[in-house]
Design a protein around this ligand. Structure first.
Ligand code: BGC
Length: 726
């Protein structure tokens, strides 16, 4: 449909009809205009797959067995693959199924920066580094949108905690905003050409993000040229006038008084009683409708030539398994205990409640009705087959208290409750709700049973970690401790069986200091989707060589995290991001703080050597830079595997305060045993810029820069230097 036709449509619409298009007329849909062939706009969560369907105006799920979908690895897992192609394939499947279920917009991906390890929604996000986030968000958006469905990158912006998420006010310097918190969104808009952006619940500098003049009008629309749909978070609009004037196109919420939404009757009322200038208001409404129609047009919603999407098929399953495999991070393998030898396994003990737990139904709006979910226990059994006796002991007691998201208050749905409590509880600990003595007795019993069974097993695999009682929307963790007394269990297991393989399933880092010195084999896997359990088993038994790398620093404890050190998490009314640009490794690295595992860290069953970094300045003007970086990468072990080569840039004599170094390029490279390859990566101007508050622009200073070829943020393999004249 041409621009003229869209304008003609707009001119034919009544004010009532236009207003119907810019606010929810159901929890996940707006009104269409049948007489003009404009369909309603249907959205759905979310980032781990297409969420189950609800009735239009109650939070009751429809409950038919026809909305089971692919359960995708959570975004933290996806980021841990450091593989852009997998971000693309995961997005493609998400888009296909969203379209297959008749949706127009999938409310994903989430890309807020992991400012602390404690944010309950970190599992939905892509790490602590803006470059990594940007590189992963672009292909996932492109994948989603291939099926004529809009992605919706969320939550714009600085939504980095759940505590008081509806009203907390974030104060952050312009530089940190531009360098740390916005680049992922900018990449999604400029490079990914994303059609949808969701606002954040919280405030920035005293104003709600969902109708924030500076964020939406100035940055998103003017600077980045975003012409797609800017949708509020559900219940994130608080003011009709601001919503009218400031960049937002669609107001969605969690209550069913749809006509009373800020962008519904109150808006019409304001126009009618002259509280706003009529001409300005109508022009603003037209602009919102124009954005919506443009997106509808690009999705072929107006011309009938639209992709029908589809469901999970055999190839999708293979891609999902590959993503799950590549997300598994090998953290320790001191005595080369791993991989385990399947042929030697007559009797295997698996300990830990997470071995047997399905995670798909939890987490908040990222909950999924999975087609299936292979648990680690099942994956191990699938891989070993019938000749091995697999004994399972829970080891610790996790009474199933149900989905806390569904049990937080009086209404029928936690989505509503969580907002009623001003959005986000201050860190309830589900464990405390369980009768403590019962918990202790059961834990003791399970512990003894596990220790006894460990005596005569050929190997012991522990599968613990977190659940969505901890990694969840609407709540942050208070600390990084493993729940359910797992520290004691792991320590005791390691005493009787020092060869215990410890694996953790979680969406966020945990404090391992109680036993980290004693464990020889340690594996971190995430909520890695429906194929997660078999992928983990393949890594443990060497059928897949691990290649996952941490997308965030694992600090020793939350007390080391800069936001916590400053007393600025979770804060009260105001949270001042006093750590500024020193988020994640930028802080640990610059201030020399010891970490448990650094950003970018991950081992393999083979060894890689990275050497011979050399760089050539191809272009050096004030507006444009181009640097060609080359190095040699060898697999010197006896197994094929994939390395993640990371290039960090360090300014030798910075004119302003800068982090010791910043990630500016990476590549995951698969090498056969014994293979060597020359790798070439290009760095452009963005790799050398910082945000200059005085000139409101990204600047590069002339001078020397070091380029560090690294295995992770703390392990530098080789260094070279370049010089910019201007
Ligand atoms: C969440 C969003 C989600 C929306 C719709 C909100 O509570 O913050 O991420 O997409 O609900 O379910």
């Amino acid at each position: 449909m041409t621009k003229e036709k869209i304008e003609k449509l707009i001119s034919q619409l009544t004010l009532q009809e236009k207003v119907g298009m810019i606010h929810g007329d159901g929890f996940f849909t707006t009104k269409g205009v049948e007489r003009l062939g404009i369909p309603p706009f249907k959205t759905s969560d979310g980032p781990r797959g297409v969420r189950k369907d609800f009735e239009n105006d109650t939070w009751k799920e429809i409950g038919l067995n026809c909305d089971d979908v692919s359960y995708l690895p959570c975004n933290a897992a996806l980021a841990a693959t450091w593989n852009r192609a997998l971000a693309y394939s995961t997005g493609k499947l998400l888009g296909k199924e969203a379209r297959g279920r008749g949706k127009d917009m999938i409310l994903a991906p989430g890309i807020n920066i992991m400012r602390t390890p404690l944010c309950g929604r970190n599992f939905e996000y892509m790490g602590e580094d803006p470059y990594l986030v940007s590189e992963m968000v672009v292909p996932i958006v492109q994948g989603i949108e291939e099926n004529d469905v809009s992605a919706c990158v969320k939550h714009f912006a600085v939504n980095n905690q759940e505590t008081r998420r509806l009203d907390v006010n974030v104060e952050v310097s312009e530089r940190a905003l531009r360098e740390i918190y916005l680049p992922g969104f900018e990449a999604a808009v400029r490079r990914g050409k994303v059609k949808g952006i969701m606002g954040a619940y919280n405030k920035l500098r005293g104003r709600h993000c969902c109708h924030h003049e500076y964020l939406l009008n100035e940055i998103l629309r003017k600077e980045w040229g975003f012409a797609g749909i800017m949708v509020s978070d559900w219940g994130g609009v608080h003011d009709t006038r601001e919503a009218l004037m400031n960049g937002i196109d669609m107001e969605m919420s969690v209550t069913n008084d749809f006509d009373a939404y800020f962008m519904a009757d109150p808006l019409i009322g304001m126009i009618e009683n002259g509280a706003v200038d009529r001409k300005t208001a109508l022009a603003k409404i037209d602009e919102k409708v124009r954005h919506i129609l443009n997106v509808m047009n690009r999705l072929h919603m107006l011309d009938g030539e639209r992709s029908a999407g589809g469901y999970n098929d055999y190839n999708d399953k293979a891609a999902l398994r590959q993503t799950a495999r590549e997300s598994v991070v090998l953290l320790k393998n001191d005595k080369e205990l791993l991989p385990l030898d399947k042929r030697k396994m007559k009797r295997l003990l698996v300990v830990g409640e997470n071995a047997n737990r399905k995670h798909a139904p939890g987490g908040g709006s990222a909950e999924i009705k999975a087609l299936y979910e292979i648990t680690p226990l099942m994956g191990i059994q699938m891989l070993l087959g019938g000749n091995t006796e697999v004994v399972y002991k829970p080891g610790y007691f996790n009474e199933d208290i149900g989905n806390i998201w569904a049990n937080t208050g009086d209404s029928e749905n936690g989505q509503v409750d969580s907002l009623n409590q001003s959005g986000g509880m201050t860190q309830a600990t589900p464990e405390l709700e369980i009768k403590e003595t019962h918990q202790m007795e059961m834990n003791e019993k399970y512990l003894q049973e596990a220790l006894e069974a460990a005596q005569d097993a050929d190997a012991v695999i522990f599968v613990g970690g977190l659940t969505h009682d901890y990694d969840t929307e609407g709540q942050d963790r208070t600390d990084m401790k493993l729940p359910y007394d797992q520290d004691r269990l792991i320590a005791e297991l390691l005493k009787v069986r020092p060869d215990t393989v410890v694996t953790l399933v979680a969406g966020s880092p945990v404090d391992m200091s109680a036993w980290i010195e004693d464990v020889n084999a340690l594996v971190f896997s995430w909520y890695a989707g429906m194929e997660g359990g078999i992928a983990l088993a393949e890594v443990l038994f060497g059928e897949f060589n691990p290649s996952g790398h941490l997308p965030e620093t694992f600090p020793v404890s939350e007390k080391d995290c800069p936001a916590v050190v400053l007393g600025e998490f979770p804060g009260e009314d105001n949270v001042n991001y006093g750590e500024d640009i020193y988020v994640g490794y930028r802080y640990y690295d610059t201030y020399d703080v010891e970490t448990a595992f650094p950003f970018g860290y991950g081992l393999s069953y083979t060894d890689f050597v990275m050497t011979g970094i050399r760089a050539e300045v191809i272009e050096d003007t004030a507006e444009s830079k181009e640097v060609k970086v080359r190095f040699d990468l060898s697999n010197i072990g006896d197994r094929a595997g994939a390395a993640v080569a990371q290039i960090y840039v360090a300014d030798k004599r910075p004119k302003v305060r800068k982090a010791a170094k910043e990630l500016k390029a990476f590549e995951k490279i698969y090498l056969e045993a014994g293979e060597t390859r020359e790798v070439t990566l290009m760095l452009e101007r963005e790799a050398f810029t910082y945000y200059d508050e005085a000139s409101h622009s990204f600047k590069v200073d002339a001078g020397s820069y070091m380029l560090l070829l690294a295995k992770n943020a703390e392990e530098i393999a080789d260094i070279t230097e370049i010089e910019f004249a201007v």
